[in-house]
Design a protein around this ligand. Structure first.
Ligand code: NAP
Length: 241
C-alpha cells in the first residue's frame, strides 16, 4: 500500500469520526473510540469475532434469523453485547460484519440494501458449491472481490477474515510472538483503515493486499488460504512489498 493511500485512510478515519457524531450514514468513530459493530451471522466466525471485539472494548449486536438462540452468547459477553435481527445489526453498526453462507448474500443484499447503504461491511463469506449451489461456481470463477459487490451494492466492502479457520481465529488471537496475518482487500481507504484496526483489535496483523480486484489472491483454494502465516510470510507469498 502506498504511503499516500495510507495517509488518506488515516485522515479518513479522523474525518468519519466527525461525520459519525453528526449522524451521517456509514460513518465510524475515529481510532481509539469504541465502535458499534453489527454482526450478521454469529456462527463460528461471527461469534468468535464478537467475543474478540467485545474484549477489545467495542459494542456488538449479534444477529440471527432466530435471535433468541443467541441470548446465551450475548449474556456470556456482558453488557457490550446485544441480540437482534440481521436488519437491526445492519442499522446498529458503524461497521457491519457479514459472516453468512455465500449463498445467502444475494437475498441479504436485497433485503438490507437501504440499511447497509454507505456502511463499511467486512465480508468473510466463501463460496462452496456443495453448500451454496451453482452460484458458488461463478463466484469462484470471477473471484469474491468481484462477486460480493454485485450482491452487496452500495456498501464500502472489505474482504476480511475469510482466509483463516474459525478454530485458528479463536486459538491464535493475541498469540505470543509474531501475530498471524489477516489479508484484506477493499476499494475504500476509510473502510480499509477501519478493517485494519478491527483486525489488530481481534489480535491479528492486517495485510492489505490491494483493491477488491485482488481479493481472489486469498480466496478459497489459493496457496495462502487458511495457511497460518505472519505478515512478512504472507507478504512474501503474495509478492507484496
Ligand atoms: N468456519 C470457518 O472456519 C470459516 C473460515 C473463514 C470463512 N468462513 C466463511 O464465513 C461464513 C460464515 O462461516 P461460519 O463457519 O461462521 O458459518 P456458521 O457457523 O454456519 O454461521 C453462519 C451464520 O449465518 C447465519 N445465516 C445463515 N443463513 C442466513 C441467511 N439466509 N440470512 C442471514 N443469516 C444467515 C446463521 O444464523 P441463523 O441461521 O441463526 O440465522 C449462522 O449463524 C461462510 O461464508 C464461510 O464460508 C468460514
Amino acid at each position: 500500500m502506498s504511503r499516500k493511500f495510507l495517509a488518506k485512510g488515516l485522515a479518513a478515519v479522523a474525518a468519519v469520526s466527525l461525520a459519525a457524531h453528526a449522524g451521517m450514514a456509514g460513518a465510524a468513530p475515529a481510532d481509539g473510540a469504541p465502535l458499534k459493530i453489527g454482526i450478521i451471522g454469529a456462527g463460528h466466525i461471527g461469534g468468535t469475532l464478537a467475543k474478540l471485539w467485545v474484549a477489545a472494548g467495542h459494542e456488538v449486536l449479534i444477529s440471527s434469523r432466530h435471535p433468541e438462540q443467541l441470548r446465551p452468547l450475548a449474556q456470556s459477553l456482558g453488557p457490550k453485547a446485544r441480540v437482534g435481527t440481521p436488519r437491526e445489526a445492519a442499522l446498529f453498526g458503524d461497521v457491519v460484519l457479514e459472516s453468512v453462507p455465500y449463498g445467502a448474500l444475494p437475498q441479504l443484499g436485497q433485503d438490507l440494501k437501504a440499511e447497509l447503504a454507505g456502511k463499511i461491511v467486512l465480508d468473510t463469506a466463501n463460496p462452496y458449491p456443495q453448500r451454496d449451489g451453482d452460484m458458488a461456481l461463478e463466484v469462484r470463477r470471477v473471484g469474491t472481490g468481484v462477486a460480493s459487490p454485485r450482491y452487496l451494492p452500495g456498501v464500502r466492502l472489505v474482504r476480511a477474515f475469510n482466509a483463516i479457520n474459525a478454530d485458528d481465529l479463536a486459538k491464535d488471537a493475541h498469540r505470543a510472538g509474531q501475530p498471524i496475518a489477516i489479508p484484506l482487500a477493499g476499494d475504500d481507504a476509510d473502510a480499509l483503515a477501519v478493517a485494519q484496526r478491527l483486525v489488530r483489535d481481534a489480535g491479528f496483523e492486517p495485510v492489505v493486499v490491494g483493491p477488491l480486484s485482488r481479493a481472489h489472491e486469498f480466496d478459497v483454494g489459493t496457496p495462502v488460504y487458511t495457511r497460518l502465516m505472519t505478515a512478512p510470510q504472507l507478504r512474501q507469498a503474495l509478492g507484496l512489498k
